[in-house]
Design a protein around this ligand. Sequence first.
Ligand code: SF4
Ligand code: SF4
Length: 423
Amino acid sequence: MADYRKMWEDLGMDVENHDLLCSVLPGAIGDVFLSQENRPEAMDYFDMVLADVHGLRPAELVEFKKNGGKVFGTFCTYVPDEIIFAGNGIATGLCAGSQFWVPGGERYLPANTCPLIKAMLGARFDRTCPFYRLADIYIGENTCDGKKKAYEILGTDVQMHIMDLPQMKRPKDIEKWADECHDLLEMVEKETGNKITPEKLAENIKKINAKRAALKRLYDLRKNKNVPISGTDTLLISQIAYYDDPERFTTMVNKLCDELEKRVADGVSVFPAGTKRIMISGTPMAIPNWKMHNLIETSGAAVVCEETCTGTRYFENFVDESGENLDEMVSNIADRYMKINCACFTPNSGRFDDIIRLAKEYDVDAVIDVNLKFCQTYDIEGYLLEDKLKEAGIPVLGIETDYTDSDAQQLKTRIEAFIEVLG
Ligand code: SF4
Ligand code: SF4
């Protein structure tokens, strides 16, 4: 990792504590990623981004801010990046996937809060993440109870803008969401001092759609009998999607897809023939949470699809590009985002339909439904999901876990037994 100490100090980070976090990264990259066989060459770019995760992109954001740019931190797949980029702002994901930040969050939150939320607060208040230091404004959203109350605590230390996400999908809810998107647009204009014109918004709708198209292309390649890329590598790409420059990211994913298409044509697979194909469904896996993919793919199965916010929920459905004025464009944006099926909604039968459709498209042998500990919405939804999957004849294993390794051995035993039963 290059030396970014001066930048971190200037950002007001606790550099000594941050060194502890950095010191475990090379080992983790070696164990989880570099130990895999026959990786695509174009993963080099994503490996490099990961190795310098707290350096490369933050340094770009520092330069951007020196020229008066505003950075907006986001926590959820429902926040429309198009609007932020259309105001010449930069959106960056602030999801937190490391156990390192959890104890810091527990100083503010009950222990029985999901680790993602605890890590969010730990990363902010411990001052050990440059992205949390760089974002000028955090955009929260009313999704689960834990997040919305945690945003109030974050609001004591940083400017927050909260989007009121409806939790049903009736026409009046979609209209309400369009209103919220308008409010976001006005806030971005005010904070950046830039007018969002129809031309700018149209351009950025296309830009973010192109990113979705690249991810869709990558995922479609995993539908092949010969799987050209591991689930672990694909997860890393989905995680990087949240904070990399969108145009560069799209170019690099398309470059990777060119290589993967050749692999498919040449019959190259990263897994032996007959390896069981698994789809993961459930809660998001924010960087650097690679726990389940690593456990599954070192237990003799292949992860070929993720129905998560670090998976299909992030890129499925495009924004209609035919809007001719700001109102139409914002309405098209609202429509697209309201097609995401998060367990915060009721009813949420669209998610069951998605999972069963994806299971067929990716020809999976089973679904592993992975939920973060203390995530009530996904945990409760798991009951009906298991029923629906059983009805559809798709084997399912439900797992609840956190960011620690304390249950890793036990989970591995369960996963191996599950794969064995699949025959
Ligand atoms: S799981 Fe729901 S609340 Fe969490 S990031 Fe995804 S859409 Fe947002
Ligand atoms: S995983 Fe569940 S509890 Fe945690 S932030 Fe997402 S929806 Fe909320």
